[in-house]
Design a protein. Structure first.
Length: 201
């Protein structure tokens, strides 16, 4: 390889490195802008919300960082483990917090899940299941029981009785694994951006 060719190769390497540096710098700047502007955007979007969901959105931003999506109706975080999606809805004073995981429910289980209720919904198209209440522990409990129902371990009536009993025990200071972590395998599914076809609530 002659000296001229070496110079050309070095010049190409420098140009590629410079281009990558610009891309990285631009990405870092956009990320910085997003982090800086998120609190103001969140405040503006949630100004007319009920107090409880507005406060929950602020708490979750402190815990999980800037939301992935902010709208006047809802604030959403994607892929915050173990959750596929966390959403705070501004249209309800009590059932405003929604947690979603990837889940393949059998169509035959839909009727039983509807009978269970407790804010659970299943989307057969997106292969996901969600629970909506005012606390992560309650959603975790509902999702664990929904899995018990979908897998045939419990019927809807038994699951509702267990749900009520667990809440009473929690109020007395006794915790349950059903409220602490998901007791079933779930998976991640992308892309997130879609119009859901929902069954439940």
């Amino acid at each position: 390889m002659d000296a001229q060719q070496k110079k050309e190769d070095q010049r190409t390497v420098y140009l590629i490195a410079a281009a990558l540096a610009v891309v990285v710098a631009g990405s870092s700047y956009l990320g910085y802008r997003h982090r800086v502007q998120a609190p103001k955007r969140l405040e503006a979007a949630t100004r007319t919300w009920f107090d409880s969901p507005r406060m929950m959105a602020k708490i979750l931003m402190e815990r999980h960082g800037p939301p992935s999506v902010i709208t006047p109706q809802a604030v959403t975080w994607y892929e915050r483990q173990p959750w596929k999606r966390i959403t705070v809805h501004g249209d309800s004073p009590d059932k405003y917090l929604e947690h979603t995981v990837g889940y393949q429910a059998r169509p035959a289980a839909v009727a039983a899940l509807r009978k269970f209720g407790e804010g659970v919904r299943v989307d057969l198209v997106a292969e996901e299941i969600s629970a909506r209440s005012n606390a992560e522990a309650l959603n975790t409990l509902a999702l664990n029981l929904a899995h018990d129902i979908a897998s045939g371990k419990r019927g809807p009536r038994e699951a509702r009785a267990f749900y009520s009993k667990t809440l009473k025990l929690a109020a007395a200071g006794k915790t349950s694994p059903y409220m602490e972590y998901l007791r079933f395998e779930h998976y991640r599914f992308v892309p997130q951006e879609r119009i859901p076809s929902l069954i439940g609530y």
